[in-house]
Design a protein around this ligand. Structure first.
Ligand code: NAD
Length: 483
């Protein structure tokens, strides 16, 4: 059973970079799915704005092809497609010059929600924001969406915030982190704050530790040149993993509304302790007989950029003192799996014999490939043979809970774009959050650079460097298997 779809009001959405990879893979197919579900009004207009010269018909062809390629769930002759394509228009715009801006301005309608999605390189954010403002395209209630990466350190993130603030108010800026748009991530908040069951146990008295894992099987491939300037810390930890950590660790906001939620997340980031470098393991995937290693992709045979990172963090506050948060992420690992595991403590005293076995409750939130939750509960193994304990998962996979309609659960981009149109910033990062995250990340990266630290090599298809296993073993704990 899927909840009813509430249509959003009509809008003009301009996608700068509308011909680019992200627009073709995620944004446009996502909008098409919202159109098919009846959430996007037929009067809405999506205007592609990019460098290539092309007319509306050319853009519609490009979008038709993108939908065929990236929205495999629908047949090629799906009847809604033509209706969706009619909502599209295109203007060739030069982000750094004058070309195309008058034409774009002429297309914007009065009295309609205006949103500008900057799916372009961050170096163009300032130029576009300035032109939107000075040419009168952006009104006081217009929205601007910016993609990651939001800076590469505190100084650049601050500069970007200052540039955007020259032309837009904070309540108009939507910094996207698509992890926050995932169904399960929001469900994490529903589970924590919609039930009496978990919140009383959600602290260091009952929780032994938390593991956050984002594992990928792919390497850096064609993105080698970009990735080499970034690495796992900037590309994944500073944004996606920290956002997940915030949602687990934050205090209950007084209301589920943008600033209440974001205030609480900010407090978590500010309470993160600096990380001892002995508590961080960096890795780089090695070459195999058949596949190139990280350094071949990076085109730099001596690159010290990490494609893997594991770390132990502490949050200095009453709720979490003494409960470590272990985070790891990497490329070319054994399986594609993202999950958060909340591992509860042992019972204070076991009334059963040693050979009954001891078990710990674990709440696992699966983000991908399948979204869902699983709670490991200890029960008696059925049958004769006395009291033997086993763990049984209470499984809340969406597929099972929602049945075949699960296909209609919007993916992260779809949901977030609809939130932009509704003017709801709850699932977007605020400027001070991003800056606080960089303020915590910068000294870690500077430390590696000062020590000229070389990442440990790990085998492709493994679960990461040996030292990452030791990070947990030293504490008498172990990572959950990546499978
Ligand atoms: P891309 O290189 O495929 O596309 C860039 C787009 O920008 C093109 O449409 C191009 O025409 C347009 N453009 C470039 N210069 C321009 C100019 N001077 N004036 C007007 N338009 C111009 O890039 P992409 O992969 O789609 O990424 C776009 C943004 O999204 C980047 O900031 C990237 O970091 C971010 N992002 C991308 C992905 C992804 O999966 N591709 C994921 C997360 C974030």
């Amino acid at each position: 059973m899927v909840s009813r779809v509430i249509p959003v009001e009509t809008f003009d959405l301009v996608i700068f970079g509308g011909t680019g990879d992200l627009a073709r893979r995620k944004i446009l197919p996502g909008l098409f799915r919202r159109f098919c579900s009846g959430q996007m009004p037929k009067e809405a207009r999506i205007i592609g704005a990019a460098r290539s010269e092309m007319d509306d018909a050319g853009f519609r062809e490009l979008v038709r092809d993108a939908i065929h390629e990236f929205d495999s769930k629908r047949p090629d002759d799906c009847p809604e497609l033509n209706g969706f394509l009619e909502c599209l228009a295109y203007v060739a715009v030069d982000a750094k010059g004058d070309g195309g801006w008058n034409e774009l301005s002429a297309l914007m309608r009065e009295g309609t929600v205006r949103a500008f999605y900057l799916s372009v390189a961050p170096s163009l954010f300032g130029d576009i924001a300035e032109r939107l403002h000075t040419r009168g395209l952006a009104l006081r209630d217009s929205r601007i969406v910016v993609e990651k990466p939001f800076g590469r350190d505190l100084a650049s993130a601050r500069a970007l915030n200052e540039t955007l603030a020259l032309h837009f108010h904070e309540d108009q800026i939507y910094r996207i982190d698509h992890y926050l748009g995932k169904e399960t991530v929001q469900n994490l908040m529903a589970v924590r704050f919609g039930n009496m069951l978990f919140e009383p146990l959600w602290n260091s008295q009952y929780i032994d530790h938390i593991q956050i894992t984002v594992a990928e099987t792919v390497g850096v491939g064609g993105r080698g040149a970009y990735y080499d300037k970034s690495g796992a810390m900037r590309d994944m930890v500073q944004n996606h993993l920290m956002q997940l950590l915030c949602l687990i660790a934050m205090e209950p906001p007084s209301r589920f509304e943008p600033d209440s939620v974001r205030d609480e997340k900010l407090k978590v980031i500010r309470a993160l302790e600096p990380v001892d470098y002995h508590h961080i393991v960096r890795g780089q995937y090695d070459k195999t007989d058949t596949q190139p290693g990280y350094r071949e992709h990076a085109e730099n045979p001596r690159s010290h950029t990490e494609s893997y990172i594991a770390m132990k963090c502490h949050i200095s506050n009453w709720r979490w003192a003494g409960t470590p948060f272990y985070m790891r992420t990497g490329k070319r690992l054994r399986a594609r799996a993202s999950e958060i595991a909340i591992v509860f403590k042992d019972t204070p005293h076991s009334i059963f014999d040693e050979d009954a076995g001891r078990h710990r409750n674990t709440l696992v939130i699966h983000l991908q490939p399948k979204e869902g939750m699983e709670l490991g509960v200890t029960i008696k193994e059925p049958g004769p043979g006395g009291m033997r304990l086993i763990d049984v998962p209470l499984d809340m996979t969406f597929q099972e809970a929602l049945g075949p309609d699960v296909e209609d659960v919007p993916d992260a981009y779809e949901r977030l774009i609809m939130d932009v149109i509704r003017g709801n910033q709850t699932l977007f990062m605020r400027g001070d959050e991003v800056e606080a995250a960089w303020a915590w990340t910068d000294p870690i990266i500077e430390g590696w650079e000062a020590r000229k630290e070389v990442p440990k090599l790990y085998d492709s298809g493994s679960s990461g460097p040996e030292d990452a296993l030791m990070l947990m073993h030293r504490d008498g704990r172990k990572w959950r298997e990546i499978k």
